[in-house]
Design a binder for this molecule. Structure first.
Ligand SMILES: [Zn+2]
Length: 245
């Protein structure tokens, strides 16, 4: 239904991408100029947000924040800081997955974590309607906006290199599907190893994106639009409530 409602708007937006993309970075993230969506209004009881920077919990988790570079599907930076945050329980689960993977010879590399809502809106606006299965509808918000989704891959502990998966990150094709049967056996093995590790610690994979994982408690957190620069610093360092093996 949304395709019929927003399809025409989407096409006109796609034609004005060049204009939208010249707006620049404001307050940490680029602002889209189209206003066909607003942030979802959510009622109910939510946990207070506690976004933590992933590498503060484990500095051996690597970052490759593509959205802070031009190497992403938008073609320009949409973050002005190469940082990644998650709600604390999700961040701690990711650290556990990373430590489990270490025993298999791999580590986690993070492409993206918490994402301000305005960036989800921008992604929608620049994506052609026939590719919108691969981006979140800003009318609902993304689980990234709740700090409960993370985009990850693996790096090889011996070489330090990010491994080759059946598709590139953010590739909008069937090669990105979690059950894609093509590619090499080694690529599929690594994709499935990543999924096994993440599922062990409370994440589920997105069926169209092998790199995207949702944390089980996402319903407990609101959609947010706070830029990275305004995320509160942790009080007194690491939480004493969490084990630090
Ligand atoms: Zn994602």
């Amino acid at each position: 239904m949304w395709k019929q409602r927003y399809g025409r708007i989407g096409r006109s937006v796609a034609l004005t991408v060049g204009v939208v993309l010249t707006v620049g970075v404001v307050g940490g993230v680029a602002l889209a100029q189209e206003t066909s969506h607003r942030m979802p209004v959510e009622s109910g009881i939510f946990r207070p947000s506690e976004l933590v920077e992933i590498i503060r919990l484990d500095p051996t988790i690597r970052l490759d924040i593509r959205y802070a570079t031009a190497n992403n599907f938008v073609g320009r930076p949409v973050y002005d800081e190469a940082r990644a945050f998650l709600q604390r329980p999700a961040a701690e689960a990711l650290v556990q997955a990373h430590r489990w993977l270490k025993r298999q010879g791999y580590g986690i590399v993070v492409f993206d974590g918490y994402r301000p809502w305005r960036v989800t809106k921008l992604f929608w606006d620049v994506t052609p309607p026939d590719k919108r299965d691969y981006v979140a509808d800003p009318a609902k918000g993304s689980l990234h906006n709740r700090g409960c989704a993370v985009d990850v891959s693996l790096y090889d502990l011996r070489t330090g290199e990010i491994v080759t998966m059946p598709s590139e990150y953010d590739e909008m094709s069937e090669r990105a599907h979690a059950d894609y049967a093509g590619g090499t056996a080694e690529q599929r093995r690594l994709r499935d190893l990543l999924r096994t590790a993440m599922e062990r610690f409370g994440f589920t994979v997105h069926r169209y994106e092998w790199w995207h994982f949702d944390y089980k408690d996402w319903r407990l957190y609101r959609v947010q639009d706070i830029p990275f620069t305004e995320i509160p610093a942790p009080v007194g360092g690491a939480s004493s409530a969490s084990p630090r093996p």
